[in-house]
Design a protein around this ligand. Structure first.
Ligand SMILES: Nc1ncnc2c1ncn2[C@@H]1O[C@H](COP(=O)(O)OP(=O)(O)OP(=O)(O)O)[C@@H](O)[C@H]1O
Ligand SMILES: [Mg+2]
Length: 226
């Protein structure tokens, strides 16, 4: 499998009152196409920070991040935005859906920023994504009319709608009961089997074990999985 991500001695700090707070300390790793990787570790260990750097929402203070062999340091803002929109899909613990938009409208939203999909295809593309996650009968439902698991499926459909090569999920089952959470994990594993790389942050070791690889962060450093 081809290499999708390579990190070399990646470090990141936040600055507060002129004081440096190191959050990630010399992370080196690579992730291949179609891999499922769980990131585990205690609260505050830097999991979400690492995910935002992988997702090009934040830039590391030092070290190298290669995405498909290209150093992200060489990308300008517009190129980063284009990669975020066309190649990356995000899933969050709190679903992050827009409350006064239907499932279909929420899923179609990223397409407005995707110049490769003509507007006449928005509806059919969003509908296909919702059908894929098992919500064919909820196209016109508002988020408040859906269960937590269904809302997370809408969020997954929204992440999928641009056919990303990488899905980044931050505690995607954190607000769900075990059974519903497992159905969401099954869906993510199915997407990975179809070739999408999935990196997910989880506190749940039972979920981490189902991924091909689990990496463990402690105080900003990578250690072997528990
Ligand atoms: N914008 C920020 N400014 C300053 N410090 C920050 C900022 N964002 C995160 N931090 C700090 O960085 C550290 C790592 O945060 P991060 O959110 O990556 O942890 P996490 O492993 O995802 O934790 P959790 O499991 O609680 O979500 C924490 O100590 C946090 O307080
Ligand atoms: Mg976090």
């Amino acid at each position: 499998m081809a290499e999708l991500i390579r990190l070399e001695q990646l470090s990141h700090s936040f600055w507060q009152a002129k004081q440096e707070h190191p959050i990630l300390k010399g992370i080196s790793m690579s992730i291949n196409d179609g891999e499922t990787v769980a990131i585990t570790g205690p609260s505050g260990s830097g999991k979400s920070t690492l995910l935002s750097i992988l997702g090009l929402l934040d830039t590391a203070s030092s070290g190298q991040y290669y995405l498909r062999q290209q150093s992200v340091n060489t990308l300008n803002r517009q190129q980063k935005a284009q990669i975020r929109n066309q190649h990356l899909g995000w899933i969050f613990q709190n679903f992050s859906l827009i409350g006064d938009m239907t499932a279909l409208e929420n899923v179609a939203l990223p397409l407005r920023f995707n110049t490769t999909v003509p507007s006449s295809h928005y509806r059919a593309t969003a509908e296909a994504a919702l059908i894929k996650v098992g919500l064919a009968d909820k196209l016109n439902a508002l988020p408040a009319e859906l269960s937590g698991g269904q809302q997370q499926r809408v969020a997954i459909a929204r992440a999928l709608v641009s056919q990303p090569s990488l899905i980044l999920a931050d505690e995607p089952t954190g607000n769900l009961d075990t059974t519903t959470g497992q159905s969401i994990v099954n869906l993510l594993l199915q997407l990975a089997a179809e070739g999408t790389t999935v990196v997910l942050v989880t506190h749940d070791l039972a979920i981490a074990k189902q991924c091909q690889r689990a990496i463990h962060l402690v105080d900003g450093c990578l250690t072997d999985a528990q």
